[in-house]
Design a protein around this ligand. Structure first.
Ligand SMILES: Nc1nc2c(c(=O)[nH]1)N[C@H]1C(S)=C(S)[C@@H](COP(=O)(O)O)O[C@H]1N2
Ligand SMILES: [Mo]
Length: 480
């Protein structure tokens, strides 16, 4: 029995690939994706330590890694099912299909195409696993068909994403078109630009691909514990929006990493929206509900008074928000980490009481809002070839919402010395810095730290992001 089972494995793995391809192409033809749906389930249910390891290891390729992992896991699951006695294989395949389909249909993030894909995959698995192909040529045929179907599905999904991107672009400009001033730091290879373009801006969310929201159908609704339920179209919101410059930082941005970006945002102050809606006395939290079924909530009082200036953002660098950055709208309170600042792809602002529970709270992230700590990043550390020992060190630093009051560097653990700061676009934006140091020949370690105008000095102790945000300094080595 065990031997027979092992002989079935390659055939069953090939069936798994074929079944996954069939399900994915059915889902893609209807504008969805089974792979992405299963990837999202993994993000929703994986223990927080697994998510943290994934974020740390996969870096900016987290979405590709998730898709690959889901594909491999599905093939392995099919192989595993083939080890079951024959009478149990059909129930196992059907249980997989029913379970995945039910999950795809649940909650705000429901996907009918995903559910159709899951049912298709289960049907193909059931048929294929009765007698997994034994000969190499039939196994290759299953595997090649599966791969071909996956490639076709990928093409369909990319086309749909491109059509959506084009539709968003056709909306035209979203911003005030005031030129971005120079900050006096100049240019230098490797120096980070003052404004991060949308294409270079980090993307962090629980999905494999951004939801596609039709701008013509979309309305922002403000509801829950309010006197007036309100609905706004994108055009209504654009009339009330203003521009502001701010850095957005992911809570996973450890020293020196790139999960942060500085943009010129266009948004409606939350103070104005909340005043129109008139929250009830029982309302204590603003819940930002999103099309991907995600929520981030914020305490209502400081948003309402403007003590924390927050925005419903609809534009980035003069254009509508690109799909991956939350089209058509997101909530952003400068100074709060991305994971706590508000959702992308907003569907509703809901006024709620303290019984509301956020997406990440269930996984052990604190319910209190986490504020961005001061951080400096070294982007350039280069020494002249002349042998003079003169080295340029430059980078960016942020301490939103108060602003950066100083950046210092130290060489080989020596004294901290201040560097020249570029002029400030806004206190909530990042600030560039640069300096020239004279170094004796050899290898040196350079570290940088930022200080906030509120007096907070960047914390030098290395600490992982979970659960209160990272600590530590960025260090680079140069050879003079
Ligand atoms: N709807 C939704 N909004 C979300 C998230 C998400 O997964 N879903 N991720 C949050 C996190 S963790 C961060 S860091 C920022 C990232 O925004 P960006 O991708 O535009 O950089 O979005 C936040 N808003
Ligand atoms: Mo994040």
């Amino acid at each position: 029995m065990a031997d027979n089972g092992k002989r079935r494995l390659p055939g069953a793995a090939a069936v798994g690939l074929g079944a996954l391809g069939a399900g994915e192409v059915i889902a893609a033809a209807r504008g969805g994706s089974l792979l992405d749906g299963i990837g999202r389930l993994a993000a929703d249910y994986a223990p927080v330590q697994v998510v943290e390891t994934m974020v740390e290891r996969a870096g900016r390729y987290d979405k590709e890694m998730t898709r690959l992992g889901v594909g491999l896991a599905s093939v392995a699951a099919s192989a595993g099912m083939s080890l079951l006695p024959e009478r149990l294989r059909t129930p196992a395949a059907l249980a997989f299909g029913a379970g995945t389909a039910a999950m795809a249909l649940r909650g705000a993030n429901r996907s009918v195409p995903g559910a159709l894909g899951a049912v298709t995959t289960a049907a193909v698995l059931r048929a294929g696993l009765r007698r997994p192909p034994a000969g190499i040529s039939r196994q290759l045929l299953w595997a090649a068909t599966g791969t071909g179907l996956l490639a076709t599905a990928e093409t369909l999904v990319r086309r749909a994403d491109q059509r959506h991107r084009d539709r968003v672009r056709r909306i035209g400009s979203m911003g005030a078109h005031v030129p971005v001033p120079e900050d006096g730091i100049g240019t230098e290879p490797g120096l980070t630009p003052l404004i991060t373009t949308a294409g270079k801006f980090y993307v962090a969310d629980v999905n494999s691909r951004p939801p596609r929201i039709d701008p013509a159908q979309w309305r922002l609704s403000i509801g829950g514990r309010v006197a007036h339920r309100l609905r706004f179209s994108l055009a209504d919101l654009a009339e009330q929006a203003i521009e502001f410059d701010a850095v957005m930082v992911c809570v996973h941005n450890t020293a020196g990493s790139g999960r942060c970006g500085n943009a010129r945002w266009f948004g409606v102050p939350l103070t104005a929206l909340l005043e129109h809606a008139a929250p009830d006395t029982g309302a204590t939290r603003l819940v930002t509900r999103a099309a991907d079924g995600y929520t981030i909530s914020l305490p209502l009082e400081p948003l309402r008074t403007g003590e924390w200036p927050g925005y419903l953002v609809i534009g980035m660098n003069g254009e509508p928000l690109p799909p991956e950055h939350g089209f058509p709208a997101r909530v952003f309170v400068p100074g709060i980490y991305g994971q706590y600042t508000g959702s992308k792809w907003i569907t509703e602002l809901e006024l709620a009481d303290d019984s509301h529970v956020d997406y990440w709270w269930k996984r052990g992230w604190p319910a209190e809002t986490l504020w961005v700590r001061p951080q400096a990043r070294i982007d350039v550390a280069s020494c002249a070839n002349s042998g003079s020992g003169k080295c340029t060190v430059a980078g960016v630093a942020w301490a939103p919402p108060h602003g950066v009051s100083g950046v210092e560097i130290r060489v080989d653990g020596g004294e901290w010395t201040s560097v020249e700061l570029g002029s400030e676009l806004a206190p909530a934006a990042w600030r560039r810095w640069r300096t020239l140091v004279d170094l004796p020949p050899g290898d040196h370690t350079i570290e940088a730290r930022a200080t906030s105008r509120s007096g907070e000095v960047q914390d030098a102790d290395d600490r992982p992001p979970y659960p209160i945000g990272p600590g530590g300094l960025h260090a680079v080595t140069v050879t003079a």
